[in-house]
Design a protein around this ligand. Structure first.
Ligand code: PEP
Ligand code: MN
Length: 323
């Protein structure tokens, strides 16, 4: 079992030491020092100062340390500072040119690097993720994969592909970035356990509300300790079926959210009609929608009966939202 925990970003030496001291002894301590942020006005990370803070954590606590690298320059600085584990973030792994530059820098020198963790790209692209892994492996360094989903969608299918194509490399879950919400982390860790993943990367901060980045998703050290018993992966208990059910549940989540969005639009259409004295039911519009869907469904191998039943139920519920 491979466990990484620590703050989203290194904010000060004190913050790193306080967090690391509160973590279990089998933790690989993570902290980002070069932060890929959406807005230029957000906290961009401590930069090179953070390398010295991480070295201090390693010296004081004996925990191995990990940080994110997003350029060849970062690789050289992190290797020189004897950082044990490096990870490539989701924005970096979306760009093969950049990943190749990092791989080239690692090929020249990866002294002391125990492994490079490759997160899935921000876009749902298993082939690109596999390609990133191949580029980094070619540098002669050992690799692990970290599944962090796309935005806040799990994209289990992508992780399933990774597991199927590369059963030989450890696959970890990052429930913090996958959910963006501390309250959703325990359920995701339960899922990672059921899928018999090999480890976790979790954001932990001594005072999440005051974190300079990702405040909503960071756990207190004691919450992290409470989380760990939920993760008991057992290869013997998982199967293709567990993966397919995870994929199906995600599709259902999406389907119901889509239905909910449809009802919201429906209610707005209802308002528009009401203001103009139109009744909710417009038979010619319903007939047109039904014909269009029936034609499409035929080409997809769905039965006409099924499509009629679903469209009628959707339409009935929509009319109810327009009353
Ligand atoms: C991180 O782990 O700090 C991070 C930036 O994650 P991601 O690249 O998955 O968004
Ligand atoms: Mn983060």
């Amino acid at each position: 079992m491979i466990l990484l925990a620590g703050p989203c970003a290194a904010e000060s030496e004190q913050q790193l030491l306080a967090t690391a001291r509160a973590l279990p002894g089998d933790t690989i301590f993570r902290a980002g020092i070069w932060k890929p942020r959406t807005r230029p006005t957000s906290f961009q990370g401590a930069g090179n100062d953070g390398l010295a803070w991480l070295s201090r954590v390693k010296q004081e606590t004996g925990l191995p340390v990990a940080t994110e690298v997003a350029s060849a320059e970062h690789v050289r600085a992190a290797v020189a500072a004897r950082i044990d584990y490096l990870w490539l973030g989701a924005r970096t792994t979306a760009n093969p040119i950049l990943v190749q530059q990092l791989a080239d820098a690692l090929a020249i020198d990866h002294t002391g690097v125990k492994a490079v963790l490759v997160k899935n790209p921000v876009n749902d692209d298993a082939a690109l993720w596999l390609g990133d892994i191949a580029r980094i492996e070619a540098a002669g360094v050992s690799v692990m994969a970290v599944h962090r989903g796309c935005g806040h969608r799990p994209c289990w299918k992508m992780a399933h592909t990774l597991r199927t194509e590369r059963p030989d490399i450890p696959l970890l879950l990052d429930p913090s970035h996958m959910s963006g919400d501390a309250a959703k982390i325990p359920a995701l860790v339960g899922q990672a356990s059921a899928l018999a993943l090999d480890g976790l990367m979790v954001e932990v901060h001594p005072c999440p509300a005051e974190a300079l980045s990702d405040a909503k998703q960071q756990l207190l050290p004691e919450q992290y300790r409470e989380l760990l018993p939920l993760f008991a992966p057992d290869q013997g208990k998982t199967s293709e079926l567990t993966w397919l059910r995870a994929e199906m549940d995600e599709i259902d989540d999406h389907l119901w959210q889509t239905i909910q969005s449809r009802m919201q639009v429906s209610a707005r259409i209802g308002q528009w009609k009401k203001q103009r004295g139109m009744p909710p039911l417009q038979p010619e519009r319903f007939a047109e929608i039904m014909t269009r869907r029936l034609n499409w469904a035929q080409s997809q191998g769905l039965s006409g009966e099924f499509v009629k039943a679903v469209m009628s139920a959707l339409h009935e519920e929509s009319c109810r939202h327009q009353e």
